[in-house]
Design a protein around this ligand. Structure first.
Ligand SMILES: [Fe+2]
Ligand SMILES: [Fe+2]
Length: 277
């Protein structure tokens, strides 16, 4: 069972590469299940109901979010009614959304997805380590595949969580920093791990936003609007192969696909269709 976690989808460029490219990427990489972090999908922050639907229709099986989850609060009704999206499990019980979900892959294999927020340089939330224990005590034992999107700022937090859950989940994969780390590995207990799977959006940017605007405000303190950038759009994520009989990870690999590669994939699948008809 091959699982893809797509890193933070930023704004329209991020949504576009997912909508245009995900089905071709699923096919080329033989992906069975896709999780997408969409906390920045709407204009760089938050997620709307229509963008949620567009990402699901494009081939995402489940959506995770992060610290910007409620920036567009209309998403609350989606979080309360849909089963393919989760809130961070260390948010208050009263916060809209479910702390974990089980979604069936296309072959019927159940996959548990949950997310947690880190506490270092993030807004105050409940202990993510205890919240992870709570989630794992609730998930049915026959759901072997369990994927955590750990939305955290500090690599130390990420590593502690990876070791805390080694052997208890299939993967601990990071999001939030928007920068891919080169530390993908499988821990001794069979948990795939990576500090951050990277960003899906414009890479000619500062974390997805216009370089000139971020520079101006950071250096001069003059407020500007941090518009989403446009250049060098890439889909970044990580593929994890999991043995469905025991939930252990057997392989982990980074994936980075540029927009022109998406165009080439679509052209070659078009011409293959023409040739076969
Ligand atoms: Fe975030
Ligand atoms: Fe983000």
């Amino acid at each position: 069972m091959r699982i893809l976690l797509i890193g933070d989808i930023v704004g329209k460029p991020g949504r576009q590469i997912v909508v245009q490219g995900l089905s071709a990427i699923r096919e080329r990489e033989a992906v069975d299940f896709v999780i997408a972090n969409a906390e920045n999908a709407d204009g760089g922050s938050g997620l709307t109901a229509s963008h949620y639907r567009a990402l699901i229709d494009a081939g995402a099986d489940c959506i995770t979010l992060g610290d910007h989850i409620y920036r567009r609060f209309e998403i609350a009704s989606v979080l309360e009614s849909e089963t393919r999206v989760v809130k961070p499990a260390n948010f208050p019980e009263q916060a809209p959304g479910r702390p974990w979900t089980v979604v069936e892959a296309r072959d019927g294999t159940p996959v548990c997805v949950f997310s947690l927020l880190g506490r270092v340089f993030m807004k105050p939330v409940d202990c993510p380590f205890q919240a992870a224990n709570r989630v794992l005590s609730e998930v049915p034992a026959d759901v072997k595949i369990r994927i955590l999107d750990f939305h955290a700022e500090a690599t130390s937090d990420m590593q502690v969580m990876g070791r805390h859950l080694d052997g208890r989940v299939s993967a601990v994969l990071g999001t939030h920093t928007h920068v891919t780390t080169a530390d993908e590995q499988i821990f001794p207990g069979g948990t795939a791990f990576q500090c951050d799977v990277g960003m899906t959006g414009p890479h000619e940017s500062i974390l997805g936003r216009r370089i000139d605007r971020v520079l101006e405000t950071t250096i001069s303190f003059r407020p500007t609007h941090f518009h989403v950038a446009k250049g060098d759009v890439r889909l970044n994520g990580t593929l994890v192969d999991v043995d469905p009989t025991n939930g252990k990870a057997v392989a982990i690999r980074r994936l980075s696909v540029a927009m022109d590669e998406v165009d080439q994939m679509k052209q070659s699948s078009c011409s293959a269709e023409k040739n076969s008809s």
